[in-house]
Design a protein around this ligand. Structure first.
Ligand SMILES: [Zn+2]
Length: 301
């Protein structure tokens, strides 16, 4: 398949007003890490963007000391805290936010095989209800585009795989013109690594980071979309740190990684580049034939 290069214009006209897009994500922070540039681009160009998040991310790890005791094995307050982080992230990207079934309806299922996956409220145990709830949202929103992950969930997390499954089932039930999968190219990640990691962080081992070999759409981010993505990611400070030297109440440890882009790390403190490009594969529906329309190119209003 050909790969249209689509770029976010330097001065965004509201050329996508009247379009609607729905992003379906598993946990707070996925929207920023995997699709933050696209959300910011679509919203800045006038499209109405709704992010549907399926769980509160209760089983996540916490970086740093400040909020360490919120985790599931201790206070089990991380999910409520992450509602605030998600709200800040999404307002940075000028989108709207909604939890599937309301905040707290479905719980983070944890990694494959973990005890959390046997909780009756775990998202992986949601059954047909999750598809019905999402189909209801899509009937109300009537989006031109649904964005989620590929069948492997990007890196195999059961909630990401389940988000993919319900997004396809609901979008096909309602008749959404296009479904895209957010992916990360392995070669893009490798090419942008800094020479060395900040103190306390480390570089990835070969094959340690997820990545695919090809994509159908390459979305180049302009400065505004790139900055909005970084600030959206920064809002998830219990989950990831940005290595640009800044500190906050949640992240008191300033780190600076020098290289061609801005870098971040999850709780494993492995350096990862925040790329100035996002990649998408066509999951179903109308291929992107008009790169000027970004992820909505080629779909009739
Ligand atoms: Zn996730």
């Amino acid at each position: 398949m050909t790969q249209p290069h689509t770029a976010t214009p330097a001065t965004a006209p509201r050329d996508l007003a009247g379009y609607r897009a729905v992003f379906v994500h598993a946990h707070p922070d996925d929207e920023a890490i995997t699709t933050g540039g696209a959300i910011a681009d679509l919203a800045a160009r006038g499209a109405d963007v709704l992010v549907v998040t399926c769980t509160l991310g209760e089983e996540g790890e916490v970086i740093g000391e400040t909020y360490q005791h919120l985790v599931a094995d201790e206070a089990d307050q991380l999910g409520g805290f992450r509602i605030g982080e998600l709200g800040a992230s999404i307002s940075n990207m000028r989108a709207r936010s909604e939890f599937l079934g309301g905040a707290g309806r479905f719980r983070d299922s944890g990694m494959a095989g973990s005890p959390a996956s046997r909780n009756p409220r775990a998202f992986v145990n949601a059954g047909p209800e999750a598809v019905e709830l999402l189909a209801g949202i899509l009937r109300r929103e009537r989006p031109h585009l649904v964005v989620t992950y590929g069948p492997d969930g990007g890196y195999g997390h059961p909630d990401h795989i389940h988000a993919h499954e319900i997004a396809h089932a609901a979008a096909e039930q309602v008749g959404v013109p296009r479904i895209l999968w957010a992916v990360r190219l392995a070669e893009g990640t490798a090419a942008l690594m800094p020479d060395r990691a900040p103190d306390g962080w480390r570089l990835p081992e070969d094959g340690e980071l997820d990545g695919v070999e090809r994509s159908d759409i390459r979305l180049e981010l302009n400065d505004a979309a790139y900055s909005a993505k970084i600030e959206a990611m920064r809002a998830h400070a219990t989950q990831l740190w940005i290595a640009d030297g800044r500190v906050s109440a949640t992240n008191p440890h300033g780190a600076l990684a020098e290289g061609p882009v801005v870098y971040y790390a999850l709780s494993n403190l492995i350096v990862q580049p925040i790329q100035r490009v996002e990649h998408y594969q066509l999951g179903a529906g109308v291929p992107v034939t008009d790169p000027s329309g970004g992820l909505l190119g080629g779909i009739e209003r």
